[in-house]
Design a protein around this ligand. Structure first.
Ligand code: FES
Length: 126
């Protein structure tokens, strides 16, 4: 099986900027081309998951976070682990796709696998 290749996108120039734009216990939607990603900031750090809930496609950026680094969907309350994408309240749905976040000296980067809904253009925006 071919190894998946990550492509990295710089989403913030520094951790300070990331913490200002995504304060603790909040989320922000990032767009890479046509792909929407929910960036979440918890006491355990920054996480990235697909923005679209696997139940009925609500935007998880409009949900909220709990103290277990889970995002709670605004529509029906399904709880997804930000580390694994797994649904934690026992509901029958698929896990969320999780994405890599990497803190580097020059900023915070989001890693997307090239075979994940490839972006139309390499632009990052909120
Ligand atoms: S749409 Fe997310 S729980 Fe139903």
């Amino acid at each position: 099986m071919a190894k998946k290749e990550l492509k990295w996108y710089k989403i913030f120039a520094s951790i300070d900027e990331a913490s200002t734009k995504v304060p603790l216990n909040t989320t922000k939607r990032a767009r890479i081309g046509t792909q929407k990603v929910c960036i979440a900031h918890t006491s355990e750090g920054f996480f990235a998951v697909d923005d679209e809930c696997t139940h009925m496609r609500a935007s998880l950026t409009n949900g909220h976070l709990n103290n277990y680094s889970e995002v709670i969907c605004p529509w029906h309350g399904y709880r997804f682990c930000l580390k694994t994408g797994e649904e934690k309240s026992g509901k029958n749905t698929y896990a969320l796709e999780t994405h890599k976040i990497e803190e580097r000296e020059d900023g915070l980067y989001l890693g997307l696998y090239k075979d994940q809904k490839p972006p139309q253009k390499d632009e990052f925006s909120y």
